[in-house]
Design a protein around this ligand. Structure first.
Ligand code: ZN
Length: 228
């Protein structure tokens, strides 16, 4: 029995070897990045010049190369096959002191919400897909305290001032809650100009939130990466 099982697994491995989710290079372990992609991705970087009312932003990766390709597949092609690779990157960063410090000083997490129409179209909130299980493992509740009141066009091609106009007032509380004294972690998939998180932060602050931090899976802290 064991022999056949091993033979079967060897055959599967031979026919469908694990590949790097970014460049499709063959790798040792499923969902692992290859060495070259792994080197470029950067894990954990803190940004303390975030726009008020955000106190600081911790990014897991640069919004560049590998992470950008995977997040675009997830968001624009609804391709859920990149999720295990994204989760693995997050898991690898799990015990770093920057993460432990951040998680120890917040009460709960809030995902950046999608508009109802976008949610129905996509079928999932990508931020919850990336962070949901991981936060549960870390015993940090994820609360959907915000809603998006307006459907906004895709923002990735727009500059900062256009984004600010479009996103101003685009979020509201999902329920009437008192957040006085609460320290909250906004989780987001992509942080670039910071406009989305800033708008979410404003709503949380208006409900009384004392501290507002952001954990972004990928962020561009103004480096404006020039590849492609
Ligand atoms: Zn690769």
């Amino acid at each position: 029995m064991n022999f056949f099982r091993e033979l079967w697994e060897a055959l599967i491995y031979f026919l469908f070897p694990p590949r790097c989710p970014v460049c499709r290079e063959i790798v040792d372990e499923r969902y692992r990045l290859c060495e070259a992609c792994d080197k470029k991705i950067l894990r954990l970087d803190l940004y303390d010049r975030a726009p008020a009312p955000i106190d600081s932003v911790l990014r897991v990766t640069k919004y560049h190369d590998g992470s950008r390709d995977m997040l675009r597949k997830l968001k624009f092609d609804n391709d859920l096959r990149v999720i295990p690779a994204l989760k693995k990157i997050l898991d690898d960063a799990s015990d770093r002191k920057e993460i432990l410090q951040l998680l120890s000083c917040v009460n709960f997490a809030v995902p950046v919400p999608l508009h109802e129409i976008r949610f129905k179209e996509r079928g999932f909130n990508q931020t919850e897909k990336i962070f949901g299980e991981w936060l549960a493992k870390k015993n940090l509740p994820l609360k959907n305290l915000l809603i998006r009141t307006r459907e906004t066009p895709r923002l990735y091609k727009l500059g900062k001032s256009d984004r600010e106009k479009i996103l101003s007032g685009a979020f509201a509380p999902a329920e009437d809650v008192d957040l006085r004294g609460q320290k909250i972690l906004i989780v987001d998939d992509i942080f670039t100009t910071g406009t989305t998180c800033k708008e979410c932060g404003k709503v949380l602050r208006s409900l009384g939130a004392e501290k507002i931090f952001v954990l972004a899976f990928a962020a561009d802290f103004g480096e404006n990466f020039q590849s492609r």
